[in-house]
Design a protein around this ligand. Sequence first.
Ligand SMILES: Cc1cc2nc3c(=O)[nH]c(=O)nc-3n(C[C@H](O)[C@H](O)[C@H](O)COP(=O)(O)O)c2cc1C
Length: 204
Amino acid sequence: MSTHFYEPRNGHGLPHDPFNAIVGPRPIGWISSLSLDGVPNLAPYSFFNAFNYVPPIVGFASIGEKDTLRNVRDTGEFVWNLATRPLAEAMNLSCTAAAPEVDEFALAGLNAAPSRLVSVPRVAESPVSFECRVTQIIQLQGAGGEAVPTWLTLGEVVGVHIDEALLKDGVYDTAGAGHILRGGGPADYFSIGPEQLFRMFRPR
Ligand SMILES: Cc1cc2nc3c(=O)[nH]c(=O)nc-3n(C[C@H](O)[C@H](O)[C@H](O)COP(=O)(O)O)c2cc1C
């Protein structure tokens, strides 16, 4: 096999950076937060994942200082909302670089529903939301120990809302929920349906 090798610090030598196309498709951290002034904020973060089961912990990385990062630092709370195919265009609109006083729920044509345990509203149209309390905000470092202007926010999921229609005999129906995932390049997304499902049990 002949491979294309590159050292990222010297550039990739390709028309598009393949990194996020390779580490993909990624779930989308569609994060709502609230400013100290009470302005709701909503933005997608695809450098997002789950990191622990008990207690459940999710995290997302802000590349640069953004409104969401400021809000989670100030309030210690955020909500993760599931992005689905019918919500894709609204999710995309919510990434608009808007001034901090702009309510991105309104900008994206979405409604805010109250959360139960945190002050931050959730996306009413989203079938699943996690109410989260910030546990750590970590500034990333390069291999040489140099600070990178990226901050990883981790939060414990303290409350979970699931549309009951997605519980089939009590089992969460990932394929039926229509999750969307971010691929690489400027515009690639993937959606999940039953055709992507296969099952494989761990060896005993
Ligand atoms: C699908 C998608 C994924 C994104 N992922 C990230 C990410 O992981 N980190 C990041 O800093 N910005 C990401 N962005 C860009 C932010 O959403 C954008 O900068 C947004 O304006 C930030 O909003 P805020 O300032 O209200 O927090 C992404 C945008 C889209 C559309």
